[in-house]
Ligand binder design. Structure first.
Ligand code: SDX
Length: 433
């Protein structure tokens, strides 16, 4: 039995054999590269529902089983036992670091945890109430101007240096977005603090006093960053890969990823969930919103529900829901908004019993509960997607690195099915009807 799929054009009877390629896990792929040359046809797959765009060894998802692996390690174990910085190392280099490797990694990042003082002037161009994602897009794109001539993306040493710069500088840029929005002075990164403690210090410390984050806040944010670090070929990662395939500046590629993540259908959903829960206001209003979500004439969707890949449950949502309760038990409802959590849980319970959601396999995704934790950490709603972008920046740059080193690397250039006018001659303005 040949490892091929036979494609037959029944209009001409012409057949081609397309090789089947197996991965370590998951659906095998059909190598369709010869389709256009042999059968003069393209595949048609809007939204890339069944298209594998690349080979990758970074992350594996199983949507039916609710499995998420990073370099083979289950997300549940990483969230429980690892740190975000260690997961950064794992995503970048493919293995968990030894103690020495991890210390060297941290030292390398500490060499790059400053941004040019002039970059901070970019923030002054934004009104204080500009959406922080609009700021992050701008300043991350601007970062490319500091590392354009001095970087050769064809040099593996420069590529690794770029990845270290992204990991070291993104928390600074993200924290500055918040500081600009509240009119506080920017806080410099510190070598003596861990990644999460350093970020929270840049977010919340003020000149008059140091900021000591509660241990539970550090633990919760560390877990949140791990859960959002990478997720296979999602929309924003695919954007970074496509931009990178044109050999664009990698910082500009990351900015393109941030642009895509901002969409409420993608990373912007975490902010949209909080707004939706606040709009629902009381559990009694839930049925009205469930009906709106089912009404095709109403553009309202249940934010935080549904996923292109997970058709059973999002393992990240399960972990986040558990941490919500731990935070509530430890910090009490003066910090964790119990009303929001109650509405979220009641909404989840009602939706998961409703045939509309059951038939369409719509379950809570990573964004459904994450906002409740971020709110408990005193992070404003407008910063939620910035937090997602911060976490995902290591996934984007890891996927960019993998693409740049891929022997099959080439510029991404999809085709189309043309449905426009047939060829016609130009008509001078005075001859038109
Ligand atoms: C993220 O890809 C990733 O990995 C993304 C992510 C990551 O880590 O990078 O996991 C992060 O983006 C999570 C998703 C966050 N977005 C939301 O929570 C927004 C609400 N969700 C929907 O917009 C939607 O579910 C998507 C965008 C997440 C998935 O869209 P799909 O796969 O294209 O699903 P679909 O639009 O084909 O929906 C199938 C059906 C449709 O109804 P029918 O036409 O079959 O009648 O389900 C309906 C949809 O209208 N539907 C919803 C719904 N989601 C899908 N109806 C109401 N509420 C919803 N949330």
């Amino acid at each position: 039995m040949a490892d091929t799929v036979t494609m037959t054009d029944n209009r001409t009877g012409k057949q081609i054999e397309c090789p089947i390629i197996d991965g370590v896990y998951g659906a095998p792929v059909i190598d369709m590269k010869s389709l256009y040359k042999e059968l003069n046809m393209f595949t048609y797959d809007p939204g890339f529902m069944t298209t594998a765009a690349c080979r990758s060894s970074i992350t594996y998802l199983d949507g039916e089983q609710g499995i998420l692996l990073h370099r083979g390690y289950p997300i549940e174990q990483l969230a429980e036992q690892s740190s975000y910085l260690e997961v950064c190392y794992l995503l970048l280099y493919g293995e968990l670091p030894t103690a020495k490797q991890f210390e060297d990694f941290r030292a390398n990042l500490n060499q790059r945890n400053m941004v040019h003082e002039h970059l901070e002037r970019f923030y002054t161009g934004y009104l204080y109430d500009a959406h922080p994602m609009s700021m992050l897009i701008g300043v991350t794109g601007a970062l490319s101007s500091y590392y354009h001539e001095a970087m050769d993306i064809n040099d593996p040493v420069d590529r690794e240096l770029t990845a270290l710069r992204v990991i070291a500088k993104m928390p600074i840029l993200a924290a500055h977005c918040y500081k600009h929005s509240v009119g506080h002075p920017f806080v410099y990164s510190r070598d003596d603090l861990g990644y999460v403690e350093n970020f929270l210090n840049m977010m919340f410390s003020v000149p008059m006093r140091d900021y000591e984050p509660p241990a539970i806040a550090v633990k919760a944010l560390n877990m949140m960053l791990i859960l959002h670090a990478d997720h296979e070929q999602n929309a924003s990662t695919s954007t970074v890969r496509l931009a990178g395939s044109a050999e664009a500046n990698p910082f500009a590629c990351i900015a393109a990823g941030i642009v895509t993540l901002w969409g409420p259908a993608h990373g912007g959903a975490n902010e949209a969930v909080l707004k939706m829960l606040a709009e629902i206001e009381t559990p009694e209003n839930i049925p009205k919103f469930i009906e709106r979500a089912k009404d095709k004439s109403d553009p309202f969707k249940l934010m935080g529900f549904g996923h292109r890949v997970y058709k059973n449950f999002d393992p990240r949502a399960t972990i986040i829901r558990k941490v919500c309760h731990e935070l509530l038990d430890e910090l009490g409802d003066e910090v964790v908004d119990k009303n929001l959590l109650d509405i979220a849980m009641e909404l989840e319970e009602i939706a998961l019993k409703d045939d509309y959601f059951i038939e369409r396999k719509l379950y809570p995704n990573v964004d459904f509960y994450s906002g409740i934790i971020l709110k408990a950490l005193r992070i404003p709603t407008s910063m939620y997607t910035v937090m997602f972008a911060l976490a995902r920046s290591v996934g984007w740059i890891s996927q960019w690195l993998e693409m740049m080193e891929d022997p099959e690397f080439r510029i991404g250039r999809p085709r189309q099915l043309y449905t426009g006018s047939e060829s016609r001659d130009y008509v001078p303005m005075d001859k038109r009807g």
